[in-house]
Design a protein around this ligand. Structure first.
Ligand SMILES: Cc1cc2nc3c(=O)[nH]c(=O)nc-3n(C[C@H](O)[C@H](O)[C@H](O)COP(=O)(O)O)c2cc1C
Length: 356
């Protein structure tokens, strides 16, 4: 039996296979509200046979949106749209998950196809916040450094978002602590120059993430898994390292986190990243081997045999698919055929399952 199609159980939740749709911003919301695009986008991937879909980075506070077009979960009015997606995913055997996010200094930008530049208040943007008043790029307006009350508001925003996510029916919650967004900004010594209890030592830089984990865990029933996505390295001298990630993984494991989703980069605009097939997989492998925490591998995984090899060699527990799933929403059904595994197709499509 191909590993890719073995079930994966954490706490009380079972994925029917190891294929997870990686969170991918659609930049298609208004005031954080989802619409038909989001339902069709996530629905297609559920029909395509994924075991779990992690909904895109969903902002826990309006000022935490990367763009004005991000999904949000800072208000009860976001819930009906989210519930509609959750119900559709569940009805097709795909576990609904959501990534909870705050962009920090990388907030208030135009969506990629609108230019991707920083937006000032006169262009529909807002003031951004971060651990320190350090801009991401030299041409950008620096963020405001959060004071302790501001940090507490961030933790409470994640807590309230988790409560809403559970109320909406999501069964896996992922904290976005990667790609140079707020929690990563706290972790990395390159973006965190704070002199207080949230900066300086490794323990201090990890403090906010651990407080967010604790707050979210108190809102989640024990049978639901909590995942964290990190950037396992800044790919930059003096930045966050793979060794830091292993150390963090041990702390997360002790504090109720069930899986580390191992991405990289995003906190340094000019970092030299050696992009290539499966280039981030070694980080997932290192964390899994050194800590025993379950891991997710992501990044340029594009073929069934490649995904199968990663699992069969014990490098990760699940495979997250990003762009390949945009190219082929039915990747899981196609991968099953390629690996010789019998999986159910949606009733409506069974006449197309056999090529004869
Ligand atoms: C359109 C698009 C949107 C993305 N949005 C998010 C996001 O919301 N949260 C996140 O953690 N990563 C996001 N990513 C990164 C992906 O989840 C994934 O980590 C990355 O694309 C590498 O995997 P891939 O090579 O399979 O695409 C996005 C990537 C793409 C292409």
């Amino acid at each position: 039996m191909a590993q890719l199609f073995t079930p994966f159980t954490q706490r009380g939740i079972t994925l029917k296979n190891r294929i997870v749709i990686s969170p991918m911003c659609q930049y298609s919301a208004q005031d954080g509200l989802s619409n038909d695009w989001h339902l069709v986008h996530v629905g297609s991937r559920a029909v395509g046979g994924a075991g779990l879909l992690l909904l895109e980075a969903t902002a826990v506070a309006p000022e935490g949106r990367i763009t004005p077009d991000d999904l949000g979960i800072w208000h009860e009015e976001h819930l009906p749209g989210l519930r509609r997606m959750v119900e559709f995913l569940k009805s097709h055997g795909c576990v609904p998950g959501i990534q909870l996010a705050h962009a920090g200094r990388k907030a208030s930008h135009a969506s990629p196809w609108k230019g991707g530049h920083q937006l000032g208040p006169d262009a529909g943007g807002w003031s951004t916040v971060a651990p320190s008043a350090l801009a991401f790029a030299p041409n950008e307006t620096p963020p405001l450094a959060l004071d302790e009350a501001g940090i507490l508001r961030v933790t409470e925003a994640f807590r309230a978002a988790a409560r809403r996510a559970v109320a909406a029916g999501f069964e896996v919650l992922e904290i976005h602590a990667a790609h140079g967004y707020l929690l990563h900004q706290f972790l990395s010594p390159l973006s965190n120059h704070r002199p207080d209890a949230y900066g300086g030592s490794f323990e201090n830089r990890a403090r906010l993430l651990l407080e967010v984990v604790a707050a979210i865990r108190t809102e989640m029933p024990l049978h639901l898994p909590l995942w964290v996505r990190v950037s396992a390295t800044d790919w930059t001298e003096g930045g966050w390292t793979a060794e830091d990630t292993v150390r963090l993984a041990l702390l997360l494991k002790e504090n109720g986190v069930d899986l580390l989703d191992c991405s990289t980069g995003g906190n340094v605009a000019t970092a030299p990243i050696p992009v290539g097939p499966g280039y981030q997989v070694p980080f997932a492998e290192q964390v899994r081997r050194c800590t025993g925490l379950a891991t997710g591998a992501v990044g340029l995984i594009t073929a069934a045999q490649q995904a199968e090899h990663i699992l069969a060699t014990g490098q990760a527990d699940v495979i997250l698919l990003g762009r390949e799933s945009l190219r082929d929403p039915y990747f899981p059904l196609h991968a099953a055929r390629e690996l010789g595994v019998e999986v159910a197709w949606p009733d409506q499509y069974t006449r197309a399952k056999s090529r004869l």
